[in-house]
Each structure stands twice: as C-alpha cells, then as structure tokens.
Design a protein around this ligand. Structure first.
Ligand code: TRP
Length: 322
C-alpha cells in the first residue's frame, strides 16, 4: 500500500472551512493509503509564541480529527515534536539544499515583501518539511497549491541525496494537489481565520445558528424570487446536503413565502445534522488532554521505527556510524 503523509499546523482551532475543505476530503483519501497525519507544531513555532495557545491548538486539532472520524488504529496520528529524529534528518538535508532555493521560497519572499524580518525558522521551513516527508518514505503528499513549492524542495533534495551518495537511499515523494472545495465564510469570501468570517465547527447549536443567520445575502424582499445559485448559503448547503435537497432549496427560494431567513434555517439544520454527533465526541475528547496525549504518543511510538530505519540508511550513506 502506498504511503500518504500530511502535516497540519496547529495555528488555530479548526473551523467549518477546515472541516469541509481539508479534514473530510483527507479522511476520504486516507482510505486508499497507509496514512501519516501529524501535527506540525515545530512549524507553528515559526510564528506562534504562546505556550498556552500551542498546547490548546494542538489538542483542538487532534480532538477535531479524531471526532471527524480519524481512527488512530488505521491512520498514524502523531505530534511532530514527539519524533525528534526529524531534526537529525533536517540537518543532513540542509547540507544538500542551496540557500538560493530557500531564498526563492514563497513564504520567505512574502515575509520580506511585507517588510517583516523573517526568522531563520521561516527561512528553513522547507527543510524541516522535507525531513517530515522523507523520514517516513512517503509516496504522496496531499497538499493545497500553496504547499506545492515545499514538496518540490523535498523531491529535489531526495533526488540530490541519492545522486550524491549513490543509490536509492531516500524515497522520492510526489505532491498530490488536493481538490479541496472552496468554502465561503459568512461574508462570502473564502473562510479563513484572518478574515474573521469563520463558522465555528463545534460551537454549541445556538451559537452555530446565530453565525449562520449572519451570513451575508442579497437581502431581496421576501416576495422577490431569490436566486439560490452562487449565493453563500447555497455554496455551503451544497457541501452538506444531497443533490435533491439542494434542488429543493433552489425551488423553495423561488416561492414568495420563502426567503433567505428560511434558507438559512435549512442550512443550519443540515449543518447541525452533520456536526451534532461529531460535536458530542469532540467535547468528550477535548475534555481529556491526558488521553489525547496518550493517543498522540502511541502514534509517535508506532512511526518511530520507520524514522530510525531511514536515519540508519542516511547515516550509513554519508559516512557516519549507522
Ligand atoms: N506546511 C504545511 C502547512 O502549512 C504543514 C506541513 C508541515 C506539512 N510539514 C508537512 C504538509 C509535511 C505536508 C507534509 O499547511
């Protein structure tokens, strides 16, 4: 079975956009691979300097994925910082990556363009990410387009390592661009933490309803025929309802007695049907951080032998005691 691997930066509590756009598609894809899913806490450290938040987001992410159906017996779920072997590989790879390639990194260039003074962690971000991937002989790395360049660095350095040290020592990974649906936020723009237009994933039902009711709509008078297609409510509904349910909403909105308020209520009910059962699991998991630690550590212990074996090959190849 081929191996797929992906990291999630714990930089926020997951919202509905993360669930519909990333988590749900990733869990579907995971059925076809031996999957490695880890919390990239050391990557988050490049910008997050708040221990309480680091911990909270890490547990938020772990509990969210578990509540959304990740079975830790079939998917390797672990914390990046629990497998410190990754740093040994990162150093070896750093010695084979030209600084010029890192200087062309989009995140690094963006930071410079914004007039920021990026730290060395941001500069070497792709090195650690390459180590994350190569350490586990990953075949495919499902990522969004924004991460493509990083996976290219991992490919390049694996190929270079094999060329320089002679042989098929490192497995060369391939990016797999995920076709994540675009999930609009309450203002109609892509749902994102920075825009503050998010729909919380596991807020209590009352709060969820409140946020759904705030979704921006055309504001047609009730009697007018409202066009469902293309509206934010419709875009979101499509992601949680069946085709016939979506068509029913389109029809209803053409009626004089059914307006956006009604449509939002229908959307809220569909979201609640999808999220309600998961929320209950999430709340129970999130309340027990010690248990989450156990799950994450068990995950780390299961993948560590793979990491050690890769390092054994690498150390031998470069002339260290293997
Ligand atoms: N850089 C990725 C992001 O910001 C997270 C990440 C870290 C990752 N290491 C990885 C993704 C390895 C895929 C493979 O989303």
């Amino acid at each position: 079975m081929q191996r797929s691997l992906t990291g999630i930066k714990p930089s926020n509590a997951p919202h509905l956009g993360n669930y519909l756009g990333a988590i749900r598609p990733a869990l579907r894809l995971a059925q076809e691979y031996e999957s490695f899913l880890f919390i990239a806490d050391y990557h988050a450290l490049t910008s997050l300097r708040d221990a309480a938040k680091m911990k909270a987001y890490t547990y938020d992410v772990a509990a969210t994925w578990l509540a959304c159906g990740l079975d830790p017996r079939t998917i390797h779920l672990y914390r990046q910082s629990d497998v410190t072997e990754v740093f040994e590989l990162a150093w070896v790879l750093a010695c084979l990556i030209a600084t010029g390639q890192l200087e062309r990194g989009v995140s690094y260039k963006d930071a410079l363009a914004k007039g920021e003074a990026p730290n060395a962690g941001i500069f070497t971000y792709p090195v650690l990410m390459a180590a994350d991937i190569i350490l586990y002989d990953a075949d495919v790395v499902p990522v969004g387009k924004d991460q493509l360049q990083h996976v290219e660095v991992a490919r390049d350095v694996a190929l270079r390592f094999n060329h320089v040290f002679g042989g098929e020592i490192l497995h060369v990974p391939e990016a797999q661009i995920t076709e994540a649906p675009l999930v609009p936020g309450t203002d109609g723009h892509k749902m994102s933490k920075s825009r503050d237009n998010g729909i919380p994933l596991f807020a209590p039902p009352k709060k969820l309803r409140q946020v759904v009711m705030k979704i921006v709509t055309g504001g047609d008078p009730l009697e007018a025929r409202s066009e469902a297609r293309g509206s934010t409510v419709w875009e979101l509904y499509r992601l949680v309802a069946s085709e016939s349910e979506v068509r029913a909403m389109e029809e209803s909105l053409r009626r004089p007695d059914f307006g956006w308020g009604h449509a939002k209520q229908v959307l809220y009910e569909a979201l609640e049907a999808e999220l309600g059962p998961r929320r209950a699991i999430y709340d129970a998991l999130r309340a027990d951080e010690a248990e989450l630690d156990i799950v994450l550590q068990e995950g780390a212990e299961r993948v560590r032998p793979i990491a050690r074996e890769t390092l054994r090959r690498v150390r031998g190849a470069v002339g260290m005691r293997a």
